[in-house]
Design a protein around this ligand. Structure first.
Ligand code: SAH
Length: 459
């Protein structure tokens, strides 16, 4: 053990999954945030446990060949980007290792992962920002991001990951709040009004949607806010979201439109999508297109297949696949997203897609037991926590010829694949995509096929 406050010199040999540098001093492991593999650094121990400790980077003695200077002035304190000090090529290599390690260690699977498909320009790729509002120590209204692992706001009104409209939108909201003395919401006391500003900007049309999440039933002088926001070119929709719960879930259930339709239209490939503020929509439209094309290629559709798309959001993957399948069924838990999915099918003239609102782990087993649902292909795209056990069970019972698993968390992916692979499936391939450059997150698509395909078809 190395005592707290000791200053050490350490060579960084590896990175944790959260992007912290790992080094060893006399066999004792230290985690050093903001350090890069290959750096030799000076760091001060801030927390010492028996087996390992945490140290704060005080200076880089010899920079790693992979080190670059972060573009963003608050890259260190802000919790959003963990990998800005690494060149892009090394970020991609890190993500590939992460997915491979998870598959091997958690899933017991040794399929090689292809090099991660990266972006030509890994900046300003996001179409959405959810920005918390608070006051700093001097009492100024600040917009920014939560510092890593905390709820302290680091001021950063113009994040380099986008969207471009964030700067002018936040300036207008701030001016309005100061002028009409509208208080930011304070998590600790439960007092105040404005919690978050949600901004969406369509990459294809430039249109902007703003939704203020408030801890109240109405907003004073809301028309003044709307008027200010409408001065920004491209402003298409302004709404309020009422969230009076005392938890850290960002959005409440109720939406109050103030100006324009409470949806934004965006395009992926040849399809248009209407997106409500409550619905999930992939944040990186450039990479989403590549991702969906891979899903479609892995699904190997010929036009005659029945496909289930579980965790379908606003039906993006469902509609992408419906163009090459006989029938697609989508399942999604958020009612607004299901409404959007049905509207989107109409908007694109697609008649062979049907959507159900409910939990994937309940709807699919029910449809199987009651209606004998069958599927040639099942696509799943669950949130970070992965698929529910009921969902995996139903997939195994329905036994489709292909399972395509889209994942934003390779640890839960590996846990789920282990189950599918111990009960008759084989992992054929995994491709990874960099949907979230500068951060540690990695998206992937895996194809599973029945292990005894030939045997089954002979019986
Ligand atoms: N496939 C979509 C959405 C993926 S995000 C796309 O590519 O855009 C995951 C989605 O799963 C979200 O829309 C979320 O609301 C939904 N979801 C979360 N838990 C669910 C559950 N138990 N059953 C069905 N949908 C769920």
């Amino acid at each position: 053990m190395i005592a707290k406050n000791t200053v050490v010199r350490v060579q960084i040999e590896d990175l944790t999954e959260q992007g912290e540098g790992i080094g060893r001093v006399d066999g004792y492991t230290l985690f050093v945030k903001d350090a890069v593999i290959g750096d030799r650094v000076e760091a001060k121990v801030v927390k010492a446990k028996k087996q390992y400790g945490y140290a704060r980077l005080s200076r880089v003695l010899t920079p790693s060949p992979d080190r670059v200077s972060p573009r963003c002035p608050v890259a260190g304190p802000c919790g959003g980007c963990q990998l800005q000090a690494m060149n892009y090529e090394s970020q991609l290599a890190f993500k590939r290792r992460k997915v491979e390690n998870h598959l091997r260690r958690i899933g017991g699977l040794t399929v090689p992962v292809e090099p991660v498909i990266g972006m030509e320009d890994p900046w300003e790729y996001r179409n959405k920002a959810q920005v918390p509002v608070g006051r700093d120590r001097e009492g100024r209204i600040v917009f920014g991001f939560y510092a890593g692992r905390s709820h302290r706001i680091v001021e950063n009104p113009c994040c380099l990951l986008g969207p471009a409209a964030s700067g002018p939108v936040l300036a207008a909201v701030k001016e309005y709040m100061e002028q009409f003395q509208v208080e930011p919401y304070d998590e600790e006391s439960g007092k105040g009004t404005v919690r978050h500003v949600l901004i969406r900007q369509s990459h294809s049309t430039g249109q902007i949607l703003v939704c203020l999440v408030i801890h109240a039933d109405r907003l004073p002088a809301a028309d003044r806010l709307t008027a200010k926001l409408r001065e920004i070119p491209g402003m298409a929709s302004v709404s309020l979201n009422i969230n009076k719960k005392r938890n850290n879930v960002i959005l409440g259930d109720r939406l109050v439109p103030l100006f324009g339709p409470a949806v934004l239209v965006d395009r992926i490939g040849s399809l248009s999508f209407e997106i409500s503020p409550l619905s999930f929509f992939q944040v990186n439209p450039v990479q989403t297109r590549t991702l969906y094309e891979t899903v479609r290629a892995f699904a190997g559709l010929t036009g005659g297949e029945t496909v289930w798309d579980l965790y379908c959001g606003i039906g993006t993957i469902s509609l992408f696949l419906a163009q090459r399948a006989k029938k697609v069924y989508g399942v999604e838990i958020v009612p607004e997203a299901v409404d959007d999915a049905r509207e989107n099918a109409k908007l694109n003239g697609i008649v062979n897609a049907e959507f159900f609102c409910g939990k994937a782990e309940e709807v699919l087993p029910e449809m199987y037991e009651k209606d004998g649902a069958r599927a040639d292909v099942i696509v799943v795209d669950p949130p970070r926590k992965g698929c529910g056990a009921g969902c995996l069970d139903a997939i195994l019972k329905i036994h489709p010829a292909k399972v395509v698993y889209v994942s934003c968390d390779s640890a839960t992916l590996s846990r789920d694949l282990k189950i599918l692979c111990s009960k008759g499936y084989r992992l054929e391939k995994t491709s990874a995509f960099d949907m979230f450059p500068q951060t540690v997150h990695c998206e992937s698509v895996s194809l599973l096929v029945p292990r005894f395909h030939l045997f089954n078809s002979l019986n």
